[in-house]
Design a protein around this ligand. Sequence first.
Ligand SMILES: [Zn+2]
Length: 284
Amino acid sequence: MSRYALKAAATRARSTAWSLRATGRQERGLRILFYHRISDDRDELAVSPRNFRRQMDFLATEAYRVVDVVQAAELLDEGRPPGRTVGLSFDDGFLDVAEQALPLLAERGFRATVFVAPAVVDGWATFGWYRSQPPLLGWDEIAELDREGTLRFEAHSLTHPNLLALRDAAAWEEIVGSKVSLAARLERDVLAFSYPSGLFGARERRLVAAAGYRAAVSCEPGVNTSATDRLVLRRQQVDRRDRLLDFRAKVGGGHDSPLPLRGVYRRRRYGMGAGSLNLASSRE
Ligand SMILES: [Zn+2]
């Protein structure tokens, strides 16, 4: 059994337990979902357009308000309990997000944040995990889409490194440099940051605060409340293998803690120690 199949099996078991326990009821607080690609490609980071449509239909049918990450942070600042509200985000800025997700979001009046790494958009850095990198949105498209407003673009570092492995000056350049670069392209202030691969520690959080970001998102699952640190907002990944029940359970709070084997996957993908450092730093 591959690790992805194992993860899917663990997810299903937990979704089933949630549906029996909660009978589909949403627990308190605001959850933020994240995706990478919306595509039928054989890529573990791609959710199929068909599944994505079913997920958005579920949110629309259940009368969820779907907001971007900056709006989500503002709702938390206002302190009112945002019932039936979900934050939506896409990491890395793939072209298929505009082609496949955008029309479905716009039709339903949903908003989402897309986190982009300017040096990767420019083409002088690449995402290291692809042998053949799928097409990304270009600057003209990013600026135009941002003005339309359904998709809002925010920063994801310059080159998408493991920030934990960088010296202070290089980490600062990645964090503040991506804000400055993206703001120049969008001709507006950039307010939110997504830690590349969800890897961060106390230093990265401090640099994100110093750079003037108002919100930053991790890849730690869980619910956000007005007490949650705005620079370590929790997010839940929607996976390629998720069934609609898994999606409903993720929205409803059935997956608010990490799966038991998650640290193992992360260490295999990002190198020894990354998972444990990340977990240690993000559990307040
Ligand atoms: Zn990323």
